[in-house]
Design a protein around this ligand. Structure first.
Ligand code: ADE
Length: 229
């Protein structure tokens, strides 16, 4: 799977995408991430990428021409399943959307900055707008990093134990059960006996009950969805 990411601050994306599971996915050839500096398509001597907004008001807007030039250049080489714009007014990213996106081959992500991109870019190119939550970030880069991580780890073969993503929180609308490791007793607190029993069936039942209880108490919205099916 290939991500192309357009940004005015590509440096912000380098570290999160070059460690741990993302790095392994790239080393295995399962994930490719290409960062494109919008400044390279900037206008004039100063490589301008933003401008004042028509109608007045504080904050700059990303100009259409550099974005269009960058997008067209990338589209000439690849067919994108989606052209994504990261923005607080997009659809909320959740596990179902990550699952859906992980089945794609080529995704192009435009990171918003300043007041955002000129609306005409959204109209002409963007096929999906994604928000990672109801708060405003200084730019779309961190949202893009979240997106690549959450989607990238779902590509078959990326995680060592292929089944582990299936048991993540949210994968079936339930939160994950609590987990424990050695020592079996720490600071007077014991690991639940059932986990030491060696009885796989009992353990599975216990985990499921814990998942249900945790979801019911912490995320009644998800619990409702689970119960209603
Ligand atoms: N850009 C700024 N805030 C954002 C958010 N919450 N999600 C995605 N992109 C953003």
């Amino acid at each position: 799977m290939r991500f192309d990411i357009i940004s005015v601050l590509p440096e912000l994306l380098e570290s999160p995408l070059n460690h741990s599971i993302m790095q392994r996915a790239k080393n295995k050839g399962l994930l490719e991430v290409y960062l494109h500096n919008l400044r390279d398509y900037g206008l004039g001597r100063h490589k301008q990428v933003d401008d004042y907004q028509f109608g007045g008001g504080a904050g700059m807007v990303m100009k259409p021409e550099p974005l269009a030039a960058c997008i067209e250049n990338l589209k000439a080489g690849h067919t994108y399943d989606e052209i994504i714009y990261t923005s607080p007014d997009g659809v909320r990213l959740d596990q179902a959307l990550c699952n859906r996106l992980s089945m794609n081959q080529n995704l192009l992500v435009i990171c918003g900055h300043y007041k955002g991109v000129d609306e005409r870019i959204r109209e002409k190119y963007v096929t999906l707008e994604i928000s990672i939550g109801d708060y405003v970030l200084s730019g779309g880069e961190l949202a893009a990093a979240v997106l690549v991580d959450a989607v990238g780890r779902l590509i078959p073969g990326v995680l060592n134990d292929e089944t582990s993503a299936l048991f993540d929180s949210f994968q079936d609308d339930l939160l994950a059960p609590p987990v424990y490791t050695r020592p079996a007793e720490w600071e007077g607190m014991a690991v639940p006996e059932v986990l030491l029993s060696g009885n796989d069936k009992l353990i599975e039942e216990w985990r499921h009950e814990q998942s249900l209880e945790r979801t019911r108490s912490r995320r009644p919205d998800l619990y409702e969805r689970f119960v209603r099916g």
